[in-house]
Write a protein that binds this ligand. Structure first.
Ligand code: NAP
Length: 310
């Protein structure tokens, strides 16, 4: 029997995903009809992204699951018409991209690369950086992305502390959780990496008090979500000299408006939400595996807990 898979992600993605999805569904043994225009009551699975035209899921009466192409789901978890299971994206390509972005930006700040790349002015700045072992890194969020980034940084020698909602045991990392855990994780953060989802609990987590609890001169990297940081508190902490730098990939409003003070601030680096992308070839295999599981009556992978919001 044919399984109808509606590609309802942002239209521009269809060219990138059509062939990888067809191949992956076929390889998973699914007799699939994959299209962008299947009548709603006939749809078995929806491949989704936040920019989709589909905002009302009510007509999709036999749909077994919505399969999100993005890791972040904050734009869809509040949709009351979405009553079927929602799976988010955990993709090896996405994870590896994030590890590369985080490692690169941690090393930029750790090694003080700007001093040599941006200032070739004849001054002999003999100021060697410490070893990684002397630069504690804290990662807020120990999920698919935070854990992989923590493991990569620990491999390079950084003492890595990770913080999550529930207790974790990740070899090579100091794992903390809960309110006391957060205080301890922030107090030691020479470099702080935010890899939390945006939920009602994590919004504005980095407020003025928590920014003040970071060691003087510390650096923040935010490839998580813009709403994790109070923008005004961040600018105040940078202007006061308490923080050394902020490298931001995600923002409350994207694209970041040209007049936003982050663009012109000398201690802020803006990257345009490019830390990591879902990669069509590997992501298609994740989608196909979930369709296979759904058809076989097996539990789906990477299900979102709608109450927790991630
Ligand atoms: P994930 O696997 O769902 O992990 C989320 C982590 O955050 C988990 O460790 C979770 O704790 C922790 N967490 C959530 N709420 C918390 C709370 N209230 N207190 C403490 N810890 C909390 O997510 P992921 O795949 O790693 O992705 C993380 C985020 O990265 C995404 O949500 C998205 O916003 C962002 N992202 C950005 C880009 C980019 O290009 N910039 C690309 C992809 C993703 P538990 O483990 O205890 O549940």
């Amino acid at each position: 029997m044919t399984t109808n898979v509606l590609f309802a992600a942002n239209g521009a993605l269809w060219n990138d995903y059509r062939e990888p999805l067809r191949t992956a569904l076929s390889d998973a043994g699914i007799d699939a009809h994959l299209a962008t225009d299947i009548s709603a009551p006939e749809v078995d699975y929806i491949v989704y992204s936040p920019g989709s035209d589909v905002q009302d899921f009510t007509p999709f009466t036999r749909c077994k699951a919505v399969l999100n192409l993005w890791a972040g789901v904050e734009n869809i978890t509040g949709n009351d018409t979405l009553t079927m299971p929602l799976a988010r994206m955990v993709d090896d390509g996405l994870t590896r991209g994030m590890v590369e972005w985080v490692t690169g930006h941690v090393l930029r700040h750790h090694l003080g690369l700007d001093a040599h790349i941006l200032h070739q002015d004849g001054e002999w700045r003999h100021d060697p950086p410490p070893l990684a072992t002397d630069r504690p890194v804290t990662i807020l969020g120990l999920g698919a992305l935070g854990r992989a980034c923590g493991e990569a940084l620990a491999q390079l020698g950084f003492p890595v502390t990770g913080w999550s909602r529930g207790p974790k045991d990740v070899p090579g990392l100091t794992c903390l959780h809960g309110g006391d855990g957060l205080s301890a994780a922030l107090e030691r953060a020479g470099i702080l990496v935010l890899l939390l989802p945006h939920t009602h609990e994590t919004a504005n987590l980095m407020n003025d008090a928590r920014l003040a609890s970071l060691p003087r001169g510390s650096v923040i990297l935010n490839p998580g979500r813009g709403a994790l940081i109070d923008d005004d508190a961040l600018l105040a902490a940078l202007d006061a000299g308490h923080l050394g730098h902020a490298t931001l990939d995600t923002f409350r409003t994207e694209p970041l408006p040209p007049e936003h003070p982050f663009w012109a601030h000398p201690q802020v680096t803006v990257t345009p939400h490019i830390a990591s992308e879902t990669r069509p070839a590997s992501a298609a295999r994740v989608i196909a595996e979930n369709v296979r599981r759904g058809e076989a009556g097996e539990p789906l992978l990477h299900l979102v807990d709608r109450d927790r919001g991630y």
